[in-house]
Design a protein around this ligand. Structure first.
Ligand SMILES: C[S@@+](CC[C@H](N)C(=O)[O-])C[C@H]1O[C@@H](n2cnc3c(N)ncnc32)[C@H](O)[C@@H]1O
Ligand code: SF4
Ligand code: SF4
Length: 286
């Protein structure tokens, strides 16, 4: 199936030096296939503010611009507000990835200037009325849908419609679950849980073809989507930080827990740009 270019334009994407900080090992869910479960372990540890600020100072010296907060579930970190203050103090852009279950302890104003990306894949079925994700009013967020082996077109369409009509989202982000614990520990080997990437491409194409809403659709490249507006960067501008000075620059190395002593942006050559798990393309209705 051909990409429906008659309906969309691709938006340019600014590439920023980005660090994903896994600020807590605590999580109230146990999503099947969660890639972070190995790194999280069972210790429920939270990053301390001292350690966090050290990470940020080092990040700034490395010309870092964008922080993504992950975990575990970042909203369960008891000092998340202080962490956001630190980011603000250093002028950093912040995105929080959250499962959306813990907004009750917060006010929408506490996330001013912060992008929230809520994982909605566990909450929507073919019949969107079964959706059980309850987010209090006033929180602006992007919907984040992780495609798995069983995802069907209707589920994607209903989720996008629910995000737009019910929650007032502006962005619908589509990515796909990759199962790291397969026999060869190869990122692109499929398991019962994962949708093969070629099928993922077809599903997203079909979605874009029939989608009638007005959300911006962000699509994780996964090696089957390419930007038509920018040339893939040959140097890596991503890294991941886990509590206790543990660094894994490339998500491909998370599967083998291949920790590094340090990281630098725009130094490491990358042969995998088109399949980079951190990269995406953005489509907007014409
Ligand atoms: C590890 S979670 C941590 C933040 C938060 N608990 C959440 O679920 O959004 C961060 C992101 O990784 C995604 N993710 C988890 N397991 C994955 C996997 N096996 N493959 C691809 N993405 C995955 C989630 O959908 C989420 O967007
Ligand atoms: S909510 Fe996030 S961190 Fe927790 S198990 Fe699910 S994907 Fe993993
Ligand atoms: S695939 Fe390449 S650009 Fe992406 S995180 Fe890994 S090394 Fe960096």
């Amino acid at each position: 199936m051909r990409f429906p270019w008659n309906k969309y334009i691709e938006l340019p994407l600014e590439s920023r030096n980005t660090l994903q900080v896994f600020i807590t090992n605590k999580c109230n869910l146990r999503c099947t296939g969660c890639f972070a479960r190995k790194v999280m372990g069972d210790n429920n540890q939270n990053i301390s503010l001292d350690e966090y600020e050290r990470v940020i100072i080092d990040f700034i010296q490395k010309e870092g611009k964008q922080i993504n907060l992950l975990g575990g579930e970042p909203l369960l970190h008891p000092e998340l507000r202080e962490i956001l203050e630190i980011n603000k103090k250093y002028g950093l852009k912040t995105t929080i990835y959250t499962n959306g279950t813990a907004f009750n302890g917060y006010l929408p104003s506490e996330f001013k200037g912060v992008k929230l990306r809520v994982s909605i894949y566990s909450y929507f079925n073919e019949d969107s009325s079964k959706a059980c994700l309850e987010i209090p009013d006033g929180f602006n967020f992007d919907g984040n849908f992780m495609v798995s082996a069983t995802t069907r077109l209707n589920e994607l369409l209903n989720s996008a419609a629910r995000c737009e009509d019910f929650y007032g989202c502006k962005v619908f982000f589509i990515s796909s679950l990759r199962e790291l614990d397969n026999d060869r520990q190869e990122f692109f080997d499929d398991t019962d849980l994962t949708m093969p990437v070629v099928q993922y491409k077809e599903l997203v194409h079909r979605f874009l073809d029939v989608y009638e809403g007005n959300l911006d659709i962000h699509v994780s490249k996964r090696g089957v989507f390419e930007s038509t507006t920018s040339i893939a960067c040959k140097k890596c501008h991503f890294s991941n930080y886990f509590i206790g000075n543990r660094i894994i620059q490339c998500p491909y190395d998370v599967v083998n827990l291949k920790y590094q002593d340090n990281y630098e942006f725009n130094e490491r050559d990358c042969q995998q740009n088109s399949t980079c798990l951190m990269s995406k393309v953005i489509y907007r209705k014409k």
